[in-house]
Design a protein. Structure first.
Length: 399
């Protein structure tokens, strides 16, 4: 057998092993799905996502009249939360991906717009959650710029980091400006929790002698074959989460904020946390849990067992839907006009009303939000999404 034949045989064997491993992984996923998504088990129906879209005009005036010129904001989803003691609202902004002003002003303009719209909320929001990826490359200049923009909001602010904020200096600037995660607080009958899902990547950079900028460049990509499966909650934080919920009644609402989704949406883009099964084991006894997450830059909804997950918009740019694995409960948003930098982006607002009713709003800066035809949605149709091999597959085709 010559070298070429040997290489071909080894390639065939590797493909067979991959097929076997793929089949085993599929079997494990089916078993886990039966465990976490048994028949008849779902989040408490006192909180339900509707399939209607309501439109209302912006009430912004004065200093933010320019934002009002975009016309309509969609009110998406009516949600019910048990134990809402009184009416209150909170806002979410994330994934601003700021560059220094001399590099990119559009992202700055959109972040400023979101902040001004939160300022204009009537009644005012009780607090703001910033959901990570304030910066693009973790530069202290970018993080300080974001801090200055967000300082315009005088309401209470809570922060969780994104990978773009962290891996230049391993979170040193972020924690100096915005504090540490995880954290929790109770507010008017709801327990709110903020998790750090981004700082638990295995250290591969030291052995490769990467500079901080090289490490940041690797971690800023959505190709998991480059940076690895960095997203995780981590054992210490799982223990903290279990302890933090130990005194909370099982039927009362819990809202968890994270940068990454707390389930396996699309691992090749790190749209997950790799220990999501352990997270669900901790949360399984609770019947009214909502995870609000960033990172995906898109309208996204999923239910696994008693946990519902809501993906949030970015202010910077929208990601396309993954080529596979989009949760079936998602109502896809319309494909975005690439010529309009304000299309397909925005922020989010949740209003908890008396009578246990909550209005959840995607504050997207366009009129048509939800796709009414499959060809408008781009959810894994493989026609308008051109897929390419992973970087690792291109470099080492026989591994």
């Amino acid at each position: 057998m010559d070298r070429t034949d040997a290489l071909r045989l080894e390639h065939v064997r590797r493909q067979q092993r991959r097929h076997q491993n793929s089949g085993e992984l599929a079997r494990l996923r089916r078993e886990m799905d039966k465990t976490l998504r048994p028949p008849g088990v779902h989040p408490d129906r006192s909180l339900g996502i509707t399939r209607r879209t309501f439109l209302h005009r912006s009430l912004l005036t004065g200093a933010v009249a320019g934002a009002a010129a975009y016309g309509w904001f969609p009110l998406l989803n009516t949600i019910e939360l048990a134990y809402g003691a009184e009416t209150f609202s909170f806002a979410w902004i994330s994934d601003t991906h700021l560059y220094p002003k001399e590099v990119n002003t559009r992202f700055v303009e959109k972040a400023v717009r979101a902040v001004k719209e939160v300022q204009a909320m009537q009644p005012p929001a009780d607090f703001l959650i910033f959901g990570g990826d304030l910066a693009q490359l973790g530069d202290p200049v970018e993080l300080q710029l974001g801090n200055e923009i967000l300082k315009e909001l005088t309401i209470t602010k809570y922060f969780i980091p994104g990978e773009h904020d962290w891996y230049l200096d391993m979170g040193a600037t972020w924690e100096k400006l915005f504090g540490t995660s995880p954290w929790s607080f109770d507010h008017k009958g709801v327990r709110f929790i903020g998790l750090d899902t981004i700082s638990h990547a295995p250290d591969y950079w030291s052995a490769k002698k990467m500079t901080p900028k090289e490490r940041m460049a690797h971690m800023a990509t959505l190709d998991s074959s480059v940076a690895g499966a960095w997203a995780a909650v981590g054992r210490e934080q799982l223990t903290w989460l279990d302890r933090t919920l130990s005194d909370w009644p099982k039927d009362r609402p819990v809202v968890i904020f994270s940068h990454n989704p707390l389930y396996e949406y699309y691992p090749p883009w790190n749209f997950w946390v790799r220990d999501w099964r352990e997270v669900h084991e901790v949360l399984r006894p609770f019947t009214n849990v909502t995870n609000i997450h960033g990172h995906v830059h898109q309208v996204l909804y999923n239910e696994i067992g008693t946990l519902r997950s809501i993906g949030m918009l970015a202010t910077s740019w929208p990601w396309p839907y993954a080529p596979e694995g989009v949760p079936p409960l998602t109502i896809p948003m319309v494909r975005v006009d690439p010529g309009d930098p304000f299309d397909g982006v925005g922020w989010g607002k949740m209003t908890v009303r008396q009578g246990e009713r909550v209005d959840y709003e995607y504050m997207m800066w366009r009129q048509d939000v939800l796709a009414t035809a499959p060809w408008d949605a781009g959810t894994g149709d493989n026609i308008n999404q051109i897929l390419s091999p992973r970087l690792a597959d291109r470099m080492w085709p026989y591994q």
